[in-house]
Design a protein around this ligand. Structure first.
Ligand code: NAD
Length: 486
């Protein structure tokens, strides 16, 4: 481990020196790195699919939809927007600084650390990297050790496509992560659990390093009693696809549980059962369209969540498991006890509890009595309910009548609030996350307001107030002695 620290310190010195050289601030350099990422993804697509299959059993179409495709789109978006994002914006100074000019300009933060999770191993490393490069930083990236094939592909491929003096990949688990956190960084961008997020924040505090924490939590989906069969089908298709068809529910923005009225529950369950069969066949163990659980430890964690006898009783579909192949069948539960672990901790797997309510409006109170989620989904045509959800709840995002799509949006910031995280990225928000907006003001020597400085008197107070208010008549009245008090 010591050799890692020595290498790390050498690497950090190199990264700092390179940052100070100014090379990474050059727009041509930033563009060349983004294009390098594009080539990496294009030329190594087959290897990416292979690694995702090996680590998570992800189908290559799912891998394209959630990682390769999203990343390609994001890099192109950054390449198109970069020049505009980098430009300074004019600002106005107050009238007490007459004859002045000011701009706000983004500058890179310096040397940044990106620590990421395993469920979308390429997306969660490279999406923040796009922002860090676009903003002109140098960086260390630590992929998750729980997706070893992906981590090793990133470590081997990145030096072939990106400037090695600016981007270093460090592989390892929590011990390496801790060593990294002990270094001084100009920014830490962390994706993972709230437990480790707290450690990240406390280590960062020692150096007053700013952090972005992309954490998780339990994302609810409110399902209103939709009356048209077309709407019901579409809602169920989207929920089922987003839950079981995106890394087998091992996604931070997966639907964690559903809130539905008692009267609509049986319709919903029947439609979901049919849809799961459509998606994964009569024997889902044989499907290659559903990812596997990442490792035995997580498999056993999920098994434990389901093993509670009161939870067992609530299973209405699925529940079978194949430990050898790390496969868990899509599983639906109706009204598991609210104090069971499955309703307290983030599920992060293919279990979908349905909680029944007397009135769908109770969903707002249900959500508000729990930590702020990363996402709230609501399937409803009721405009009044939609308005209430937006105005009376707090979450990283709200999506009506769909799930997970917000991850692929370039024009909406992605991130949590409260226990689901802090800070935002994706699109320009990624650039902003890795930038400092510096205020630069310049004043002419031609004008000088003598009343702006001591010694103080009431006359000066009147003039300063009038100046702040652009009240030129007021100023004249004060000067002429016609206004003597406020
Ligand atoms: P984790 O917190 O265990 O690990 C995340 C990263 O931190 C890994 O790279 C790991 O090696 C590293 N790490 C672990 N312990 C560390 C320590 N003591 N010091 C420094 N680094 C350490 O989380 P995970 O299992 O990888 O991910 C699951 C969690 O991440 C879930 O809660 C999920 O919701 C969340 N997540 C959030 C997002 C998002 O975008 N908001 C995306 C994916 C996952």
């Amino acid at each position: 481990m010591d050799s890692i620290v020595i290498d790390l310190e050498r690497d950090l010195d190199e990264l700092r020196g390179y940052y100070r050289s100014g090379k990474t601030k050059d727009v041509t350099w930033r563009k060349s790195q983004l294009k390098g990422m594009l080539s990496l993804i294009k030329e190594r697509e087959g290897d990416i699919f292979k690694a995702l299959k090996e680590d998570l059993g992800k189908h290559h179409v799912e891998a394209f939809r959630d990682e390769v495709g999203v990343l390609t789109k994001s890099i192109k978006f950054a390449l198109n927007g970069l020049q505009g994002w980098m430009s300074s914006k004019k600002a106005k100074l107050p009238a007490v600084a007459l004859l002045s000019s000011a701009v706000v300009l983004p500058e890179p933060l310096g040397v940044v650390l990106i620590i990421s999770s395993w469920n979308f191993p390429f997306g969660l490393c490279l999406e923040p990297l796009i922002g860090a490069i676009a903003a002109g930083n140098t960086m260390v990236v630590k992929p998750s050790e729980l997706a070893p094939a992906c981590s090793s592909l990133l470590a081997n491929a990145i030096p072939d496509y990106l400037d090695n003096k600016a981007v270093k990949v460090v592989q390892g688990g929590s011990v390496v992560g801790q060593r990294l956190l002990q270094q001084k960084w100009d920014k830490i961008f962390f994706t993972g659990s709230s437990q480790v997020g707290r450690l990240v924040m406390s280590e960062a505090a020692k150096h007053l390093t700013p952090v972005t924490l992309e954490l998780g939590g339990k994302c609810p989906a409110v399902v209103d009693s939709l009356s048209w069969s077309w709407d019901q089908e579409a809602a169920v298709n989207r929920i089922t696809g987003a839950k079981f068809g995106a890394c087998a529910g091992q996604a931070c923005i997966a639907v964690d549980y559903i809130l539905v009225t008692k009267e609509f529950t049986s319709t919903l369950v029947a439609l979901m059962k049919a849809k799961i069969k459509d998606m994964f066949g009569e024997n889902p163990r044989e499907t290659n369209s559903m990812s596997r659980i990442v490792n035995k430890q997580h498999f056993l964690r999920l098994k434990r969540l389901l093993s509670d006898p009161n939870v067992q009783k609530s299973i209405v579909y699925g529940g079978s498991m194949d430990e050898e192949n790390l496969f868990i069948e899509p599983t639906i539960l109706v009204d598991p006890p609210l104090d069971a672990e499955i309703m307290k901790e983030e599920i992060f797997g293919p279990f979908l509890p349905i909680i029944t309510l007397n009135d769908i409006k109770e969903s707002i109170e249900f959500i508000n009595s729990r930590p702020k989620p990363l996402a709230i989904y609501a399937f409803t045509k009721n405009e009044a309910l939609r308005k209430r959800i937006v105005s009376e709840t707090s979450s990283g995002s709200v999506v009506f009548n769909d799930a997970i799509i917000q991850y692929a949006a370039d024009n909406m910031p992605f991130g949590g609030v409260g226990e689901s995280g802090q800070g935002k990225y994706h699109g320009k928000a990624s650039f902003d996350t890795f930038s400092h907006y510096k205020a630069v003001a310049r004043r002419s020597f031609l004008t000088d307001f003598w009343y702006r400085s001591p010694p103080w008197n009431e006359y000066k107070l009147l003039l300063i107030e009038a100046t702040y208010n652009f009240d030129y008549l007021g100023m004249l009245l004060v000067i002429l002695g016609l206004k003597r008090s406020r």
